[in-house]
Design a protein around this ligand. Structure first.
Ligand code: HPA
Length: 273
């Protein structure tokens, strides 16, 4: 953990030196949703490959850069392309960007993802406000020695997704006339999609959506004291819900299709954060 904190410090110092200041909100953009970063005014682009000690994203559809600037009046740092556990990084490594947000002074983070719908009332193309999560990865980014200056040994996860932001998102969706689902996100390690049996289990355990990201980032956000707003784009029904195979292409296509609503929602949340 000490080694990770040193890497965070080095990377944050480098990013600060590029001119990132007065940061307010972090944006973590999921598969097919990275385009939001293209709306940032006066963008300062920092490629992951230039940042000392920083991991590099390997998944198609993920750009691998930070974009800093102003979006709807807020100073944001968008993570265009995130790190996944299934790429072989440790949980500590994939959550370095969340720690960097804190080090740069952000108070909140909007965490987004593409997810499979477990709740049978959902349809591909739905947006889901995340209200809670189930860590089914079998790992945890806080395992190891704890630095009490950073956060508590046993963080409370009762309100991991900020309750005020949930009220805000509900109201914003209503005002914009955008239908938004709500539910529990269950994080698997991936990279396999789940089996139909696993999805039936997930439903029994209380999940509304499943995916391969977000859970570790939200744990670290909670640890360091960043307020979280979470949005899933339901790109497909999870395995076995419909009698058809899953593929990554579908995930990218559906997230592109709902992009407009997603964008409107993110812009308005940012404004009111
Ligand atoms: N399962 C896991 N991750 C996903 C899915 C899914 O069905 N769809 C998009 N990301």
């Amino acid at each position: 953990m000490q080694e990770i904190l040193k890497r965070v410090e080095n990377a944050a110092d480098f990013i600060k030196d590029q001119g990132v200041e007065d940061l307010e909100v972090g944006l973590i953009l999921g598969s097919g949703l990275g385009k939001v970063a293209e709306m940032i005014e006066n963008p300062l682009i920092i490629s992951y490959t230039d940042i000392p000690d920083f991991p590099i994203s390997t998944v198609a559809g993920h750009a691998g850069q930070f974009v800093y600037g102003t979006l709807n009046g807020k100073k944001v740092l968008a993570q265009q392309g995130r790190f996944h556990y299934y790429e072989g990084y440790s949980m500590q490594e994939i959550t370095i960007p969340v720690r960097i947000l804190k080090a740069l002074g952000a108070h909140s983070v909007i965490i987004t993802n593409a997810a499979g719908g477990v709740n049978k009332a959902f349809t591909p193309g739905d947006l889901m406000m995340i209200t809670d999560q189930i860590n089914y990865t079998g790992d945890n980014p806080l395992i190891g020695r704890n630095d009490d200056e950073v956060g508590p040994r046993f963080p409370d996860m009762s309100y991991a997704y900020d309750v005020d932001y949930q009220v805000l998102m509900r109201n914003i969706a209503k005002d914009l006339g955008i239908k938004i689902q709500e539910g529990v996100y269950m994080g698997y390690s991936g990279p396999t999609y789940e089996t139909p049996a696993e999805i039936r289990m997930s439903r029994i355990l209380g999940a509304d959506a499943v995916g391969m990201s977000t859970v570790p980032e939200v744990i670290v956000a909670q640890h360091v004291g960043l307020r979280v707003a979470g949005i899933s784009c339901i790109t497909n029904m999870a395995a076995g819900v419909l009698d058809q195979p899953l593929n990554h292409q579908e995930v990218i296509e559906v997230s592109a299709r709902v992009y407009d609503h997603f964008k409107q929602l993110v812009l308005e949340i940012l404004k009111q954060m």
